[in-house]
Design a binder for this molecule. Structure first.
Ligand code: EPZ
Length: 423
């Protein structure tokens, strides 16, 4: 197992290329199960989560070939059961249920377990499958869905915490081969949902309204193979923008869709940073201390929950008092106790972190707990004195392609070292 050492104090300057989107690639790879024909997916990031998904597809019987960022998949003959030991590694595996149900009219998939960022039930997914006519049963830790006839209908997928991203993806994939019309109300409108819909349309699906709260799907008899390029990762891009705000003189992100980051660039500009927008690039100019902010996480196009921890790392050394409120995962503050170990002044008030900016942070041994919290610890290390030692970096590798190499190419001083055995 690796750990990362961030030696603080370097200034960042230069260009960084943003990778393909993890949260888009995962459901798109799962969607290839909807056809017997070959699919070719480009710009698939080299992340452990994508490897897990390819292992699952392989286990289900699909032929999988990977050549750097391009994956070729042919799911000619498949089985419909995905066991615990593969599925437990990644919650997003739940999005294979929709395509299996859509194509084979049945699926048995291990129920996702607990998650450090909060309770993450899949009740809305199951409600959607039942509405389409499936019998749903939880048995021996597995979700079993069975539907000899899938029939289109109107489903409201809005839950207590708003729309569900993977829930929308799952119902979309289950309904493209259903009989008749499905209307998904309260749908998630994230760019990753739109990217999945575009891939399904390329396979021959009839979908309207992706990117809005109401998606209409006209069921078709079958889908064919297709080729698709995954969109850039807006959360990886947002993370490098914050790195530029924290320690940058001038940092340019290449291969981004600026519109997908509007709520993040808006917050950084409000905090006093200058950002220049190009067609597929963004440049941020560091200017010392961040101004105070009040951030409330919301479903897209609101401020993304997946950027909350990174902004928290920036504001630890900001001016005055900032408040970050979580409305999607109210407990998603695993980074806070670790940032406090580095000298941050943060008080929790319910689902809000109240951050009083401090003059200095000092490097310390800290523990990564989940993907975005661990990225926040790397960012905090950039503007800390001394060395920040981050353990369990496998969390970072789930969602960031070579974060240490990319930051070092901008002038950071980061090392990846093996943990002593038993550490
Ligand atoms: C997706 O997770 C992303 N993961 C998450 O990113 C992201 O944080 C989340 O959307 C919100 O934007 C992937 O795309 C692989 P949700 P998802 O269903 O779909 C509640 C990262 O860091 N809910 O939109 O699992 C749920 O508990 C990851 O890359 C129900 O109550 O999230 C949450 O409070 C972390 N019942 C809210 O809805 C359900 O059936 C939104 O969750 C489903 C969800």
């Amino acid at each position: 197992m690796d750990k990362i050492l961030v030696h603080g104090g370097s200034r960042l300057k230069g260009q960084v290329m943003v990778s393909g989107s993890k949260n888009s690639a995962l459901p798109i790879l799962a969607a290839t199960l909807l056809t017997k024909e070959e699919c070719v997916i480009h710009n698939v990031p080299d992340l452990s989560d994508c490897h897990y998904m390819l292992q699952i597809l392989n286990h289900l019987g699909a032929q999988v070939e990977r050549a750097s960022g391009t994956v070729t998949i042919k799911a000619e003959k498949i089985v419909t059961e995905a066991p615990y030991d593969i599925v437990r590694k990644m919650r997003a595996s739940v999005c294979i249920i929709g395509p299996l149900l859509g194509r084979e009219k049945e699926a048995t998939v291990s129920l996702p377990g607990g998650c450090v960022i909060g309770e993450r039930p899949i009740d809305l997914h199951l409600k959607g499958f039942e509405a389409l006519g499936a019998a749903v049963r939880i048995d021996a830790g597995n979700v079993k869905v069975l539907a000899p006839n899938l029939r289109g209908t109107t489903i409201n997928l809005r839950g207590k915490f708003g729309p569900t991203v993977l829930g929308t993806d799952n119902i979309l994939m289950a309904s493209v081969l259903a009989e008749g019309t499905t209307v998904i109300d309260g749908a998630a409108a994230e760019p990753e949902v739109v990217d999945l819909a575009n891939f399904l349309i390329a396979m021959g699906a009839k979908i309207e309204g992706a990117g809005t709260r109401r998606i209409i799907v006209e069921g078709v008899k079958e889908l064919h193979g297709a080729e698709h390029e995954v969109i850039p990762d807006r959360i990886e891009a947002g993370t490098y923008l914050v790195a530029g705000a924290i320690a940058g003189d001038e940092v340019t992100l290449r291969n981004v869709v600026p519109e997908h980051l509007h709520s993040v660039t808006e917050a950084l500009i409000k905090s006093g940073f200058r950002i220049v927008t190009g067609t597929d690039q963004l440049t941020i100019f560091g200017n010392g201390k961040a101004g105070p902010l009040k951030i409330v996480t919301e479903p897209y196009p609101g401020f993304p929950t997946d950027m909350q921890a990174q902004m928290c790392a920036l504001l630890t050394k900001g001016q005055g008092i900032s408040i970050l409120t979580e409305t999607i995962f109210p407990q998603r503050f695993m980074h806070v106790p670790e940032l406090k170990r580095m000298g941050a002044n943060i008080e929790m008030e319910g689902p809000s972190a109240v951050v009083q900016g401090v003059e200095r942070l000092s490097g310390a041994p800290v523990m990564a707990s989940d993907l975005r919290a661990s990225a926040a610890l790397v960012l905090a290390g950039l503007h800390s004195e001394g060395t920040t030692e981050i353990h369990r970096v496998y969390h970072i590798d789930r969602g960031y392609e070579s974060i240490d190499d990319k930051l070092n190419a901008l002038g950071a001083n980061i090392e990846r070292v093996k943990e002593k055995s038993g550490a």
